[in-house]
Write a protein that binds this ligand. Structure first.
Ligand SMILES: [Zn+2]
Length: 338
């Protein structure tokens, strides 16, 4: 079959790869309905993470179960399923505490930018729908697998509540999903930081009440003005860069929580500064499995439309163009038809 392989910086190819097979009795093989490119795929694509061997790319997926291993109990062939990019047993102490992304058996999904994927720990990782979903729901169901689950976690970790004032740093797909999540959690005010017209419009559509296009010191000053000098109750950091993290901490009020879901690159903290700032930080890979059932339901009821975040759709064969489009910020997020 054809699959996506990253061979070196900026060298991503759609090429012949072996079909996945059941390796462990807890595995499932899923025929994907669609797949996509993640903002985090751009880190190795840009050469910011070392590539020591060809990497099978892709960790966001949904589709129909084709085969299951002998130990799989709840997932059956023919079911439509969504899974998280973190593979988890959903039974260990960390899973039961709601942090499936720190599962004692955790593995990270790979190889999902392809027509078929192997999903380890199938019973713990996959969530099945009652029936096969309509085709037009596939982009939104695919979004629950990572980008919506991650934006949701940012809002959950930042303790967004009814009436909260929320700042979202980052207007990538995850940031936009953070806006959607804050709106669903009934935040009173949602300030999206974005300089791009198309992304600003989508942020407003997803529930942002204010847009701040300034960055750095100016951006921080603007948030201070908008919050009467107080700062935000909750801040969602959805980038992972030094500047965005500084922005997130500086925009928060004392006692606020910052949910940070952009994988940090070059971010460092000063202990004393953090101590006296009195702001809380909770982040890491999102425990999407915790939220999946709650996110798949409103998607199926057509109450939320996270799939709108895909603004470019390409066949798998053109995956390299998809990476370039996201790298050059010509596309927010690329859906791949397999
Ligand atoms: Zn676990």
């Amino acid at each position: 079959m054809l699959g996506t392989v990253l061979r070196g910086p900026r060298d991503v190819r759609c090429e012949e790869v072996p079909e996945p097979k059941i390796v462990k009795p807890t595995d499932a093989i899923v025929r994907l309905s669609a797949t996509c490119i993640c903002g985090s795929d751009l880190w190795p694509f840009r050469g910011l993470n070392p590539i020591t061997a060809p990497m099978a790319m892709g960790h966001e997926y949904c589709g129909v179960v084709e085969e299951v291993g002998s130990a799989v109990k709840t997932i059956r062939p023919g079911q439509f399923v969504v899974g998280s990019f973190c593979l988890s047993d959903n039974t260990c102490p960390h899973c039961r505490f709601g942090f499936q992304s720190s599962c004692v058996q955790r593995e990270f999904m790979t190889g999902a930018q392809a027509p078929l994927a192997r999903v380890p720990l199938a019973d713990g990782t996959l969530v099945a729908t009652a029936e096969l979903p309509a085709d037009d729901l596939i982009p939104s169901l695919l979004a629950t697998s990572d980008v919506l689950g991650t934006g949701w976690y940012a809002a959950d970790a930042a303790r967004v509540q009814q009436g909260s004032t929320v700042v979202v740093v980052g207007d990538g797909a995850v940031g936009l999903m953070g806006v959607l999540a804050a709106k669903q959690m009934e935040a009173g005010r949602i300030i999206a930081m974005s300089r791009h017209k198309q992304r600003q419009e989508l942020a407003l559509e997803y529930g942002a009440t204010d847009i701040v296009s300034e960055r750095g010191e100016e951006g921080i000053a603007r948030i201070r003005t908008l919050t009467n000098g107080v700062g935000a109750d909750s801040v969602l950091e959805c980038v992972g860069a030094k500047e965005s993290m500084t922005q997130a901490i500086e925009c928060a009020r004392p006692g606020a929580m910052i949910g940070y879901v952009g994988v940090p690159h070059g971010v460092e903290f000063d202990g004393q500064q953090l101590f006296f700032s009195q702001r809380g930080l909770l982040g890491g890979p999102a425990p999407v499995r915790r939220f999946l059932p709650h996110l798949m339901e409103p998607v199926q009821d057509r109450k939320i439309n996270p799939g709108k975040v895909f603004d470019l759709e390409l066949p798998l064969a053109e995956v390299a163009e998809g990476y370039r489009a996201m790298d050059e910020r010509r596309a927010i997020k690329v859906l791949l038809r397999v």
